[in-house]
Ligand binder design. Structure first.
Ligand code: ADP
Ligand code: MG
Length: 805
């Protein structure tokens, strides 16, 4: 009994809150403020008075009850939506810098308005990160009237906007933008050599919508800004041709999880013969060896139409979470040209990286972070560890009636597909709407073709256009609709049963509401939960069910069969498997993978954290150079005579500007070289293990040295370059002196999915392939699985208690 009590106490210390007592008390204080009888003008006056108090230094916590009461009344009058009590409590939690978990359709968009407007009162900008551009525009437009009534300006940023428009949007009190766009603007700002060209203000408070998606799934994606640069002569085409000749098993081996591939000794000899080159392990062959590695990776681990597609003679990547083509995304470390060579496309230069920041570190730049999502609980520990965010679980406004049916498991794929088609056709014939979530565009299309063969009308969401998708998804709840979409397509769009028609609504409710079918379990439970959450919004009926087979990717790649106790392994059959042990094995595998992915992210984080620290150091230095503080500056100090000469020729003003630009250009060049060096160090670092050293320690040591030598001599270089400058016709032309900043830059995201092997190599002790064997993992994670199962029970108990409260 004692052990259980201690366990419960520990749970309380966990980064999740179930008790809502403190929020209820604040809600009572908000309710005590009477605003219902005030005229619109009186409300506006009240907003102005509260703002003045906040500007005069009044604590936001003190004005919160009054302001939230006012905001609630404003929402009701302007939008006709009066925030429910749970929404008010969630709004309080966001102001406190927490992560509010609220189910889909509970009205998170409205919730965010209160803390955003409150925190904007101080005059410092508030950002709301949305999951895509369409939602940034939609939410800013939808909530705009409320903000304006409260005297708060609002704007949104989206792709394709000019720099001037962006600057104006970031200057608004509240700015809706995707984390990506904001990150790219941040990186662009970092390359500006004039303070006036910067578009963003210092960060203050950010509310992240769909927080788990942005803070976990997208978080390790580095944002990159690059410019043109001469490419090193790597014979990608020749290498690709040689690698295509190699034989699996004899020449190279792929590990069980299809996450890593390595040449065998025979493979090395074979490759060397094909390339007609000296042994690849010779130091002089380093570049070629890297090219061989990436080419092998491209051939063995990355598959066309699964990991990427070829369109308009270009490689376009497929996003692992959405299953859709990801715009503007590239693979790192030479993999992109290797794939281009593999597919016989023109190999494009990779460019020179000027700056880079993973979304994770970018978000952490905000002094205050809050978030909201329907699915935080399974990742609460991670969100707390990385962002210090505590998750608060809010119950739905009306009890959720959705029924989550147990998975239906088949031994092979064909009967699963048959059963899926049968089920969809049967349900649709009755007029009940069905939403099917698939794992890839290809699977969506296959399913749609099969359904059409059965004369079942369906809509497939593979438009790359978020707005169009939103429109289709919003109609997924009309009678008889069958909508097929990849994971998370149309995220953020409400599925209203009957789509606004009361008769249709009644009909669908009578049939049991929206029926959500998943055709695969995803690596992350959160993604599955998101899909389920599409049904049963705001107390509607609904149900969800997953159809899976033991031939699915997830099941095969992680060796689920090995997790099924010997006596329970099913023989190949057409009907579904009834044995619950099989379902449990699939669920256990999912938890193991989640643990493994968390560990990978943790490791990658350790590696990126120090790079980010260096970026911040460098950036602080750069800011110092950018802001002209009136001090003489490096050149005047180091080369006073030349300074005098030039000052007479071009004037002090022009000379100071030139000095500033010169220092920035040279610093940026060094930083860019430093980033390239870090990449090289990181790529070679796992070899350190063979020398008996710890990769992480060694990595840190090397990049500390690299940073020191980057900064060292910068001052001398600036001064030395300065003495070579000449004035011509009353001006100094840095461009002509060969000191040109990047002329054109572009931004992209780096896909690091193909490199989880990198992460694992860094954590797995000893032989990596063996360490990865599923059984080992199963054993390693067995206690974790037990713990997870136990906490699930305890959580359920706590939640039931909360409901009873
Ligand atoms: P979420 O982001 O939580 O999934 P949304 O913000 O998209 O939900 O809102 C879902 C729907 O709920 C919207 O149609 C919105 O108009 C409605 N809604 C939100 N808050 C309220 C409220 N207080 N009263 C009535 N309807 C609301
Ligand atoms: Mg939403």
């Amino acid at each position: 009994m004692d052990a259980i009590r201690r366990g419960l106490l520990r749970l309380r210390g966990m980064p999740i809150e179930y008790g809502l007592g403190s929020y209820r008390r604040l809600l009572a204080r908000i309710d005590a403020v009477s605003v219902a009888n005030l005229s619109d003008e009186a409300l506006t006056d009240m907003a102005a008075r509260i703002r003045d108090r906040a500007r005069a230094g009044g604590a936001l916590d003190d004005v919160l009850p009054e302001f939230y009461a006012l905001a609630r009344e404003t929402c009701a009058r302007v939008l006709g939506l009066r925030p429910f009590d749970v929404q008010m409590m969630a709004a309080v939690s966001l102001h406190q810098g927490k992560l509010a978990q609220m189910a889909t359709g509970e009205g998170k968009t409205l919730v965010a308005v209160l803390p955003a407007a409150l925190n904007a009162l101080t005059g410092r900008g508030v950002h709301i990160f949305t999951a895509n551009d369409y939602l940034a525009l939609r939410d800013a437009a939808w909530m705009g009237p409320v903000y304006r009534r409260l005297g708060v300006s609002v704007a949104s940023v989206s792709q394709g906007m000019s720099r001037a428009d962006r600057r104006a949007a970031y200057a608004a009190d509240v700015t809706y933008v995707t984390a990506k766009e904001a990150g790219f603007d941040f990186l662009r700002d970092q390359t500006m050599t004039e303070a006036a060209d910067v578009v963003q203000r210092p960060s203050h408070f950010v509310i992240v919508d769909e927080a788990d998606f942005i803070l976990i799934d997208e978080a390790r994606v580095p944002l990159v800004i690059a410019c043109e640069a001469p490419a090193p002569p790597v014979p990608h085409e020749v290498v690709a041709a040689a690698i295509a000749e190699l034989q699996p098993v004899a020449d190279f081996v792929i590990d069980e999880n299809a996450r890593n591939v390595a040449l065998t000794d025979a493979g090395f000899r074979h490759a060397e013969r094909l390339l007609r080159c000296p042994p690849l392990h010779l130091p002089a062959q380093q570049t070629l060896l890297s090219a061989v590695h990436v080419a092998l990776h491209a051939r063995a681990l990355l598959h066309r139409d699964r990991d990427y597609i070829v369109r308009r003679d270009r490689i376009e990547l497929v996003d692992e979470f959405t299953g859709r083509v990801a715009e503007n995304r590239r693979w790192p470390h030479g993999i992109q040209p290797a794939i281009e060579a593999k597919e016989g496309l023109e190999v494009r230069p990779e460019g020179k990286v000027l700056g880079s920041i993973p979304i994770q570190h970018f978000v952490r730049l905000w002094p205050k972070i809050a978030g909201m999502t329907a699915t935080a609980e399974p990742s609460a520990v991670e969100l707390h560890e990385f962002y210090g965010l505590r998750t608060v679980v809010f119950p739905p406004n009306r009890p959720c009636l959705r029924v989550d049916e147990p998975d239906v498991v088949f031994t092979s794929r064909a009967p699963k597909m048959r059963a899926l088609i049968e089920e969809i056709a049967r349900v649709q014939a009755a007029g009940r709407p069905v939403l099917v979530g698939t794992s890839s565009v290809a699977e969506s299309e296959e399913l749609a073709a099969l359904l059409r063969g059965r004369r079942v009308k369906c809509r497939v969401l593979n438009a790359r256009h978020d707005a169009r998708e939103a429109l289709i998804v919003s109609r997924a709840g009309v009678p008889g609709a069958v909508t097929i979409s990849t994971n998370m397509a149309g995220r953020g769009t409400d599925i209203v049963l009957g789509a606004g028609d009361p008769d249709a609504h009644g009909k669908v409710v009578a049939l049991g509401g929206l029926y959500v079918i998943g055709t695969n379990r995803h690596e992350s439970r959160r993604v599955d939960d998101q899909l389920r959450g599409r049904a049963g919004r705001q107390g509607d009926p609904g149900s969800s069910r997953f159809f899976i087979s033991l031939e699915d990717d997830l099941v095969r790649r992680y060796g689920v069969m090995a997790l099924i106790p010997a006596g329970h392994r099913p023989a190949r059959q057409d009907g579904p498997v009834e044995d619950p042990a099989v379902r449990h094995a699939v669920a256990a595998a999912q938890r193991i993978i989640e643990g493994q992915n968390f560990e990978i992210r943790r490791t990658l984080w350790r590696y990126s954290a120090m790079v980010e620290e260096q970026r911040q150091l460098m950036f602080a230095h750069r800011q110092g150079l950018l802001a002209d503080d009136g001090s003489p500056g490096i050149c005047a100090e180091e080369a006073p005579d030349h300074w005098e000469v030039l000052a007479r020729a071009v004037g002090v003003e022009h000379l100071r500007a030139t000095q500033r630009r010169l220092a920035l250009i040279l610093l940026d060049r060094r930083w860019s070289d430093h980033l390239a060096l870090i990449d090289d160090i990181r790529e070679g670092i796992h070899l350190q293990r063979y020398g008996g050293r710890l990769p992480l320690t060694e990595f840190q040591r090397q990049i500390i040295d690299a940073y020191a030598s980057m900064m060292e001599g910068l001052r001398d270089e600036v001064a030395e370059t300065f003495t070579r400058l000449r004035a011509e016709r009353g001006a100094i032309d840095l461009d002509r002196a060969g000191l040109r900043g990047p002329t054109s830059t572009w931004t992209y995201l780096v896909n690091d999915n193909p490199l989880p092997s990198f992460g694992l190599q860094l954590i797995a002790p000893g032989n990596f392939a063996v360490a990865l064997a599923t059984m080992t993992l199963a054993v390693v994670y067995f206690p974790v699985t037990i713990a997870v199962v136990a906490t699930t029970f305890i959580r359920r108990w706590l939640r039931r208690r909360q409901r009873a409260e």
